[in-house]
Design a protein. Sequence first.
Length: 173
Amino acid sequence: MRTVALLLSISCSAAVTGAGAAPLEDYFFSYDTCYGRSYSTAHLNSHPGQQVVDMAVSHFPGKQELLGMDSPFQPYPDTPRLVLRLDVWLRGQDRSWRELAICDPEGDGLSCSIECDGGRFRVEPSPEDRLLIRLENDLFFTQCDAGDARLERSSEDASFLLSPIPKSHCMPD
């Protein structure tokens, strides 16, 4: 009988916790966020095909803009959309690449797209307040011009587990 009562108690606690959890997109709309990862030399040496050295994803709701006001690529200028900033540093590069991505809820995560067919990625919640970034295809950091700043999706550059980092590493523009 005690076992049954304990199992019911655990089940009810889990149901309440799950029901009370905010969707991932609500979290981004509500708080300044900064997630990132810098890969160690040891990690990069054991993954020679990995090009990403550092990655950061950030969002600052106070800086959230209505997309389209300054962009000819957004057909509905009065539609507020969740915009995440993605910063990537690759091996051999002397500067980071930065691009904004428009994100929509999809399942338990977000589906994000870089404008001008710049590629797609998913943002998924992960245990311990981390985010899992999964590339769906190559990402172009060209800001809608014909530049060559491209992160090629490969087996070594397909998913990235990011942890919260100090907001000083992801200052808003």
